[in-house]
Structures are given as C-alpha cells and as structure tokens.
Design a protein around this ligand. Structure first.
Ligand SMILES: *Cc1c(COP(=O)(O)O)cnc(C)c1O
Length: 404
C-alpha cells in the first residue's frame, strides 16, 4: 500500500515513542528520521540520567550547590543541550564555561542560571556578555584593566569572579597578588564580586596547601570588608577525594556525564552514576573481505579468515577515540562486535564469517546497554583515561530525550 507523506511521518514517529521525546526535539527527530541521519553519526542525551547524576553529585557534596562545568562543548556532548537540561535543576547553582561565545549561545537558548566565564573574552562580544549578565572572571592584572574599561564604556553593573591561582599555575591571579587586585576591584563600584574560585591539583598534600592558601586569602578579604561571593574550588576529583574542598559550592564537569575522573575511584561504588548519552552511527558499507586482505592506511588490521566488515561513518576527526581499534566494542542489533580500525572519518567493525547485519542498521558505540560500551567500559577496553572518549565534534547532531 502506498503511503502518503503524513502517514509515513506519523509511523516513523510512533516507532520512536518508547524513547519519549521532549517537545523541543519533536520536529528535529522527524527530520532526522526521514532525511539525512541515516548516513551520519549522532548523539542522544538523556535528561533523566543527567538529573540523576546531579542528585548523586549533590549527595557526594552533602547538599552543597553545584556549579556545572560545561567547557569544551560539555566535553563534546553539547554544552547548550546539557545546559538546557541542567537549567531545570534546583541543585544547580550555575554553569561555568571557558569560551565567551558559548555563554551567549546558552542565553539565546533560554538558559537562565548564572553563567561564569572562566576564560577571557573578545571585545566585540563584551557588550553582549554584560547585557546577558554573564559573570566575568578577573584572572590577571590585564583582565581587570579590560573589565574596568568595559564597565566605563557600558556604564553598567558587572558581576565578576575573582579567579585565584593557588598552585595549578595555569590560570588565575597568583595568590600572593590577589589581595592587592581585589582592593583595586573594590575601587570600581560598577564591579561586584559574586564568586571567588580557584582550582585544585590532584596530589592530596598539595591540594590541602592550596585550600589553606585560598582560605587565608578569602578570610583576609572578608576582614577588609571585601565580599568574596560564593567560594568554590573542587573539580570532580577533589569533590570525591577531599571533602574539605567543597567550600560553598562544588564545580564538577565529568561526573555530570556519568564518568569518574579516574578509572580507579573507590567512591564510584558508593555513588553510582548513569550513562547520560549514546553515540550512534549507521552501517554505511558491508563487504566480505578475504583472508590476506588488510584494513587501514598502515594495513593495521589483517584478515586471517574471510569475514564481514562493516563501515561506520565516523572516526577520530569526529572525536571518536582512535584507541578504539585496540579493543573497543560496539552494539549492533543486540550483539557486541569488535572495532578493528579507526581512521579520520571511518571506523570498521568485524562481524565474523556470517552476518545478518544490513546496511542502514544502527550501531551504538557508546551507551548504557552493556558494560563494554559505557564510557567507563570503553575507557577500560582501550586503556585510556575517562576524559578521552568524550571529545566529540560539535558537528555531530544532538537529540535530547526525557529518558532512554
Ligand atoms: C575542567 C574544570 C573543572 C571540571 O573538571 P572535571 O575534572 O571535569 O570535574 C572545574 N574547574 C575548572 C577551573 C576546570 O577547568
């Protein structure tokens, strides 16, 4: 029977209802189902899993508010999309990012939580940042000058964060110069310090020393009548490793996405997290390669016995970790298959001597379905650290679901 287009759209949508699509992706999903997405990878995000992880992080931090670090495009998972999910959580006190234009993108998509810019900004975008009430970090003498000038030009109140370098050595005002710069900030009545923060290193002894440096500075500021606003120090690792780092808010990134910052964290058992995303891609080519054939530029994978090889349309240039060819698995029609080759734009999967897989079948490269394909499971199989597998390119489309 011939279907008209409307019936087809309805049917293809009905097939997806198990995944309960939230309204803002409704039309987007139809588009994906009918048009281009059968030839490209995509990422699915679970609102429920993110909110579950937030509640677990909240327990880890004994109820302290959470500033969600969504830098690097939320580690490749979509900063605006994740921010929209987190915007509804009362445990989330704010969002922190590093790139100026992402703050604007979030505001344009309705993200209303306080947004902290932990990096620098371009002058062309400065007015918009003030307009949209983005908290600007003062991380050096020069950045204070820049923000003083901005306050003069706009004649508007600007929220600022005092970013202190207590020993990471990468960003922030060197801790010994902080008091002097804070006194300078106080002289400008357009500027108000709403947050004071620093970042801890992982070695515990030094992290403790950093905390002491931080606390002695913030105490001195308070004695001088300079308000510090909300104080925060702890990325995921310190959050778990060093409770005294919690201060007035914690500042995790990777935990939100369901991974622990280190493969061997005992705390993982106490606070299990949910996998928040799936990375999926269709099979675009299927060929039976013969014994003696090889795959890849370096002829990396050698075929010993004739076998079916599937090609997926993504590779390391899309942010899929090339280490996957050292043992990662993907799920295809309910079964796990081994990744045997990762190039810039293509990945190959070994399907064995016989297969029922067809071109167009969808592979799940990362997802909650099996331990081998969770972000943590992937990390173990490829012996990489947990930050590696999540650097997906912005060009990979994201779909948000209420739950998986
Ligand atoms: C990246 C980053 C974080 C979050 O780090 P995770 O290890 O992902 O929790 C926190 N604070 C700062 C300043 C960062 O750059």
């Amino acid at each position: 029977m011939k279907q008209n287009r409307r019936q087809f759209i309805y049917k293809s949508f009905a097939g997806l209802t198990a995944m309960v699509i939230s309204p803002h992706v409704f039309s987007y999903s139809l588009f994906q189902k009918n048009k281009s997405y059968d030839s490209k990878p995509w990422i699915e995000l679970s609102e429920a899993a993110y909110l579950y992880n937030v509640s677990q992080i909240s327990k880890m931090a004994k109820g302290k508010p959470i500033i969600a670090v969504l830098k690097n495009n939320a580690y490749g998972l979509g900063d605006v999309q994740v921010a929209r999910i987190l915007n509804n959580s009362s445990s989330i006190a704010g969002i922190a990012i590093v790139k100026d234009e992402r703050a604007i993108a979030m505001r344009n998509e309705g993200v209303s939580k306080p947004i902290l810019l932990m990096g620098d900004f371009d002058s062309v975008i400065a007015n918009a940042l003030v307009e949209k009430e983005i908290t600007l970090s003062i991380f050096s003498k020069d950045s204070l000058k820049k923000i003083n000038t901005l306050a003069k030009e706009t004649n508007k109140a600007i929220k600022v964060a005092l970013y202190i370098d207590t020993g990471l050595g990468r960003m922030g005002i060197p801790y010994k110069e902080t008091i002097r710069i804070a006194e300078e900030i106080k002289k400008n009545d357009k500027l108000s310090i709403t947050q004071t923060f620093s970042t801890l290193t992982t070695p515990k002894d030094f992290a403790k020393e950093q905390i002491q440096r931080f606390e002695s500075i913030t105490n001195e500021l308070n004695e001088k009548g300079i308000s510090t606003g909300i104080k925060h120090l702890a990325p995921s690792y310190s959050l778990l490793d060093l409770p005294q780092s919690h201060q007035e808010a914690v500042r995790p990134g990777i935990l939100l996405h369901g991974s622990f910052p280190s493969v061997k964290m005992e705390e993982a058992k106490q606070f299990p997290l949910k996998v928040t995303y799936r990375l999926k891609a269709p099979v675009i080519r299927l060929e039976k390669l013969k014994a003696g054939d090889t795959i890849g530029f370096s002829r990396f994978y050698k075929i010993n016995k004739d076998e079916w090889i599937a090609t997926l349309p993504l590779g390391w240039a899309d942010g899929y970790d090339s280490g996957a060819e050292n043992g990662a698995m993907v799920l295809l029609n309910g079964k796990l298959y081994r990744v045997v080759n990762v190039n810039a734009s293509h990945t190959n999967i070994s399907l064995g001597a016989k297969t029922k897989i067809k071109v167009g079948d969808i592979a799940t490269l990362i997802g909650p379905e099996r331990p081998e394909i969770t972000p943590e499971g992937f990390g173990k199989l490829v012996k990489g650290h947990n930050y590696l597998q999540i650097n997906y390119k912005e060009s990979i489309p994201k779909k948000t679901y209420e739950t998986f």
